[in-house]
Design a binder for this molecule. Structure first.
Ligand SMILES: Cc1cn([C@H]2C[C@H](O)[C@@H](COP(=O)(O)OP(=O)(O)O[C@H]3O[C@H](C)C(=O)[C@H](O)[C@H]3O)O2)c(=O)[nH]c1=O
Length: 183
């Protein structure tokens, strides 16, 4: 497993080792021992799987507020996404800034997203399976969001015509958020 830090404190790009052979491949997509060795102190409690039928589906930007805030370990098992996170931690050197990365089944990269970030992704291929672990349980009451195309965030989504849930069409702008995370 290779781990790459980013300019966003606590946000890491992980590259698991992929064992290829004539049959296909094998990869350990998560190993608690490796996380401990790397000083990544997380206890994941829930696995999620989101299947998106067609490219252009955009989910997010979502987060849960304390005490149900979630860290996420995200990856793509089939297909490809443009993944985006927004730092909502007051006092963070990257507060209000976004980070984006392409994640694909083929490359196998993962993104480890600490609590205090909003997260979303744009599906770039039909039939994309987005798989992720969270370190806190889902709580509808604690769910919040940010409008994906808020001009202040200046996210360069690679597609203009996107498919949103009714909920995501009505998410608030960044300036209207109650900031509840401290760095
Ligand atoms: C997230 C979640 C949802 N649900 C139920 C609630 C809804 O009835 C249904 C679809 O939920 P939603 O439309 O919020 O799914 P996404 O738009 O994929 O939401 C996710 O998308 C962005 C990218 C994220 O990072 C979050 O993990 C998560 O908010 O699943 C559950 O039962 N458990 C859960 O953990």
């Amino acid at each position: 497993m290779k781990v790459y830090s980013t300019e966003f404190p606590g946000l890491f790009i992980l590259e698991p080792q992929i064992f290829q052979d004539k049959r296909g491949f094998f990869v350990e997509t998560y190993n608690a021992k490796v996380f401990v060795k790397l000083g990544l102190n997380y206890t994941f409690v829930q696995d999620n799987h989101a299947f998106s039928k067609i490219k252009g589906v955009l989910r997010g930007l979502h987060y849960q507020i304390p005490p149900m805030a979630q860290a996420k370990l995200v990856r793509v098992a089939r297909g490809r996404v443009f993944d985006v996170v927004l730092d909502l931690r007051k006092g963070s050197p990257t507060f209000g800034k976004t980070f984006s990365i392409e994640l694909s089944a083929e490359e196998g990269k993962q993104l480890l997203i600490p609590r205090g970030f909003a997260h979303g992704y744009l599906v770039l291929e039909d039939n994309t399976d987005f798989i992720y672990k969270v370190d806190n349980f889902y709580s509808k009451e604690h769910e919040r969001g940010v409008y994906y195309d808020d001009p202040q965030l200046n996210i360069n989504w690679p597609m203009k015509d996107v498919i949103l849930s009714e909920k995501d069409k009505k998410q608030p702008f960044f300036n209207d958020l109650e900031i509840v995370f401290d760095f």
